[in-house]
Design a protein. Structure first.
Length: 270
């Protein structure tokens, strides 16, 4: 049975389910339709009325359509500007001497379990991030990284197939992916990263040993080589009780123009 949505959140259960399903819809899941009410009841361990209230909220926002005999289907979102992963400027850059070296260090000091590795066709979002055509082949790898205290993060990475052919499940279980990229001939240049928050869905909750609906740190990181080619897109979900992101800031400018800029980036885990 899927863990019950977290009772620590100050939200009704139907609203927790609504938030989880909304995030999954925004990620482009359920292309063939959402699970039926009975399946959702089992997944979230709640009553039918709770599931129906969550679906009503999604329908009210225009994210799903519900038709008798045809099930519940997602409504395609309106076209929007791409995810902004190609931003320029010093504030968007994390250099190898800071964040990326730290990530390699963290990878060497934790253990990893490879859940899945497969070659898939790039979706619109993946193609946009990696600057390739929709439908091009990419390696999708899903891993859970752990410390001695337990699971730390659920990581999904996308790498262009011409680069990823140099490594697979066995190598991903033994070395950090940044090391594997460099062993494949990639000269890592910079990274663009965003950090936000997400709620754990049923799959991620099981792997991270948390309740469905628990708050997680969400990291999206796009790695470029020294020729500005995107070589890896990462989606990471981290337990906030075992992971923290630290940034050292320095003030520049005159007293009338106080601007703080990042000087060093690090990722700490417990």
């Amino acid at each position: 049975m899927t863990p019950m949505p977290s009772n620590n959140l100050p939200l009704p259960k139907y609203h927790q389910i609504y938030l989880v399903l909304r995030e999954q819809l925004q990620e482009g899941r359920f292309a063939d339709g959402l699970p039926g009410e009975l399946a959702l009841m089992r997944q979230f361990a709640v009553a039918r009325v709770t599931v129906r209230r969550a679906l009503e909220l999604l329908e009210g926002e225009g994210m799903i359509s519900r038709e008798p005999g045809r099930g519940t289907r997602p409504v395609p979102p309106a076209p929007s500007i791409a995810n902004g992963t190609g931003g320029e400027g010093e504030n968007s850059r994390a250099h190898l001497t800071g964040l990326l070296e730290n990530l390699v260090s963290m990878g060497l000091r934790t253990s990893v379990k490879v859940l899945d590795v497969d070659t898939v066709t790039a979706s619109r979002a993946v193609a946009g991030a990696l600057n390739i055509a929709v439908g091009d082949a990419v390696q999708k790898a899903v891993r859970v990284r752990s410390t001695k205290e337990g699971p730390l993060s659920h990581i999904t990475t996308y790498v262009p197939a011409d680069i990823a052919r140099q490594f697979g499940r066995r190598e991903l279980a033994r070395k950090p992916i940044l090391v594997l990229l460099e062993e494949s001939g990639v000269k890592v240049g910079r990274a663009h990263q965003t950090i936000s928050a997400k709620l754990a869905d049923a799959v991620v909750a099981r792997h991270l040993d948390v309740s469905v609906g628990s708050a997680l740190l969400a990291v999206r990181r796009l790695i470029y080589d020294d020729q500005e080619r995107p070589v890896q897109w990462l989606h990471g979900l981290y337990r906030p009780d075992r992971y923290e992101y630290e940034m050292q800031l320095s003030r520049v400018g005159s007293i009338d123009a106080k601007v703080w800029v990042s000087k060093e980036l690090s990722a700490q885990f417990h």
